[in-house]
Structures are given as structure tokens and as C-alpha cells.
Design a protein around this ligand. Structure first.
Ligand SMILES: O=C(O)CCC(=O)C(=O)O
Length: 244
């Protein structure tokens, strides 16, 4: 036997599905993928648009229904923005800080999210919400499910920029063991279908300085959340979000 035959495949470390994926696509579950470096060709166009959005809707530390201030700074763009305050978690068409609609979702954001969803096997993704999370070193996001959306047929598309992170990808129950997935600048995680409600979170970000973004990690999470006030009422205190 040649020593090459003793690779991970022959040892049964990867499933048939893993072996059929291009090297830059990592399989996390039946319908969840990490697209390594997928966003790198988009970053140059994306960052100036991100700056514009943040001028209109700066990061703020929102308070959970339990009364904790989140360690992650939040903003949003698109028709709906995810918010939390002592009365509950919800999507709102209005930024509670400015009382104005959230900034429009830049076209380059939408195109990137759709292309990533397509690459992961989810055609027709049309995000109406982009949650923007800012992690300084030490910030984290506890395990949670994304459950405030109107229906769960659309996937979640999540882009990492700046400092590296360890993404926790768990199961359908909070107590299920989580995979620790290192994420770098430009990586995109997509999960949907049978994996749509899997618990996930982010471990505390380590100190460091990223060449483009400095001492921070920025995550853009694209979702098809639903529309209108009816939806806002329906989800007013439902769903689970991190309690960090
Ligand atoms: O920052 C990340 O990678 C994940 C963000 C997340 O889980 C969320 O916004 O629900």
C-alpha cells in the first residue's frame, strides 16, 4: 500500500458528500456549508457601502429581555431590522434609535447573499434583512436559534469580515454538541432546510488587528424575515436570542 492511500478519505474521516465538494466548500451538515473566501472578490465594493449604512444607523449595544446589554454592537439594513429591548425580540421596519426606516440594503449586499445561497444549493433567496454585528475582542454570541423570521424555508447567509472567529454550530437542541468552525475574513456560512434551526453562536473574539478592519470582527447576517407590522406583533416576545 502506498502511503498516499492512508489519507483521511481511506480512514473514513469524510463522508461521500464531503468528498464531492470543491476544497473551498466545507460541509457542516446536510444543508449547511462554509464557503471559504467566497466574499473576498466582493469586499472592495462592499466596505464603502457598509460605511454608508453605519453612518445612518451606527452600532449600538441593545438590551435583551433579561436586562443584559449585548457585548456585540448591532445595526441593520433592509426592510426589517432585528432588535431587542426589555419588552422582547422582534423585527422592525424602523430603527428604534432614530425612529426612521433602516437604511436600504445595498445592492452589492443582496447580490453577494444571493450568490452565496445559490452556491450552497438554495436558489431564490431574497433577503429583506441584514443584521450587522460588530465584535470587539472579548465579545461573543451565546448559542441560539434564529426563530424570529416568519417562516423557515429560506436559509441564513452569514458573512465574516475582519478578525477571525470560532463559530459554534450545534444541533437542534441547545444541549447537542457543537462543532467549532474557524471563520476568516471573507468566509460565508449558509444553513437552511433541515439545518435551519440549528443552534449556533460565536466564542469570545481574540485580541488582534486585521489589516482592513482593525480590532474588530464584523458579521453580516442575511435573512428573509417577513414583512409588516402584523409580523412585528406576532414575534414580539417569541424566539430565542443570545443572552450575553
Ligand atoms: O457572528 C456570527 O458569525 C453569527 C451571528 C449570529 O449568529 C446572529 O446574528 O444570529
Amino acid at each position: 500500500m502506498h502511503c498516499d492511500d492512508l489519507g483521511p478519505a481511506s480512514l473514513g474521516l469524510f463522508s461521500e458528500e464531503d468528498l464531492q465538494q470543491p476544497a473551498h466548500i466545507q460541509v457542516l451538515g446536510p444543508q449547511s456549508r462554509v464557503l471559504r473566501g467566497f466574499a473576498l472578490p466582493w469586499v472592495e465594493h462592499l466596505l464603502p457601502q457598509l460605511e454608508r449604512v453605519l453612518e445612518q444607523a451606527p452600532f449600538r449595544h441593545m438590551v435583551t429581555p433579561g436586562g443584559f446589554s449585548m457585548s456585540v454592537g448591532l445595526s441593520s439594513c433592509g426592510q426589517l431590522g432585528w432588535t431587542t429591548d426589555p419588552s422582547g425580540y422582534r423585527y422592525s421596519p424602523v430603527d428604534p434609535q432614530s425612529s426612521r426606516p433602516w437604511p436600504a440594503m445595498p445592492e452589492v449586499f443582496r447580490q453577494l447573499a444571493q450568490a452565496a445561497a445559490d452556491a450552497a444549493g438554495f436558489t431564490g433567496f431574497s433577503p429583506d434583512s441584514c443584521l450587522i454585528n460588530c465584535y470587539r475582542p472579548g465579545a461573543k454570541m451565546s448559542l441560539h436559534q434564529d426563530k424570529n423570521e416568519r417562516d423557515y424555508r429560506a436559509p441564513i447567509v452569514s458573512l465574516s469580515l475582519g478578525l477571525p472567529a470560532i463559530f459554534l454550530f450545534g444541533g437542534q437542541q441547545r444541549s447537542d454538541k457543537s462543532q467549532r468552525v474557524p471563520l476568516l475574513h471573507g468566509d460565508v456560512v449558509v444553513w437552511g432546510g433541515v439545518d435551519r434551526l440549528r443552534f449556533h453562536g460565536v466564542m469570545p473574539i481574540k485580541e488582534g488587528t486585521h489589516a482592513l478592519l482593525g480590532q474588530q470582527r464584523i458579521n453580516l447576517t442575511f435573512r428573509q424575515a417577513g414583512a409588516g407590522q402584523e409580523f412585528e406583533r406576532k414575534t414580539r416576545s417569541a424566539g430565542q436570542r443570545p443572552n450575553d
